[in-house]
Design a protein around this ligand. Sequence first.
Ligand code: HEM
Ligand code: HEM
Length: 177
Amino acid sequence: MHRYSQITIAIHWLTAMLVVVAWFTAVGGRYARTDPSYVHFTVGLAVLLLVVPRLLARWLGAAPRIEDPQKRWLDLAARAGHTALYLLLIALPLSGWYAASRLGVPVSFLGIGLPNLAASVQGAPGEIADLHETGGTLILWLAGLHALIALWHQFVLKDRTLERMNPLASSDLTQDG
Ligand code: HEM
Ligand code: HEM
């Protein structure tokens, strides 16, 4: 039985928490311009920062091998789902940063001022900002479905999938990428 490396597991759960905090601290409409949430910006940018070592670890050391592979189409669906989650983890912070720039709101990360990604506008911040808002909720739905599938694997198929991502899993598991 194989599992993800401790660093990947730590980043997975930290990212999941940050995404939930980003969702709860998000403000839209006129408040996005007059009373933006710096907690939202900070946790969202931390998601972007954390995805870099995570993808590096993923590419340098392969994902842990699955002992008893499921059907090929299910495997492809799982890969597509994980890829969509990774894409959102990159696109959401970048589109949010862009939306803030369009709104004329300065963006900083832990006290470090970041450059604007676009010129500010007086009216609505545009389609990328709309996509950011929609994507911000989509990731929660997708992650919820992802969590349900993980629980189904663990408790219905009983294939110990959750243990692959469990920081406290027993030592009979081999640690991979
Ligand atoms: C916002 C929340 C979440 C995000 C963005 C997220 C994202 C991801 C991604 C991208 C992977 C693929 C890892 C890789 O192979 O490179 C993954 C794997 C995994 N996640 Fe999540 N996840 C979230 C929440 C959860 C929750 C709540 C659970 C459990 C209830 C969970 C359980 C798992 C498990 C067990 C795996 C390993 C799957 C496998 O062995 O192929 N995740 N997650
Ligand atoms: C995982 C990361 C993120 C998630 C899940 C997320 C989620 C959301 C959601 C759901 C909204 C809509 C709120 C509403 O309409 O009530 C929103 C709005 C917004 N977010 Fe994010 N966000 C993330 C990262 C960021 C980052 C890094 C920034 C800036 C640096 C940012 C800036 C904004 C701005 C400016 C708005 C308002 C857009 C508008 O009103 O048109 N977000 N975000």
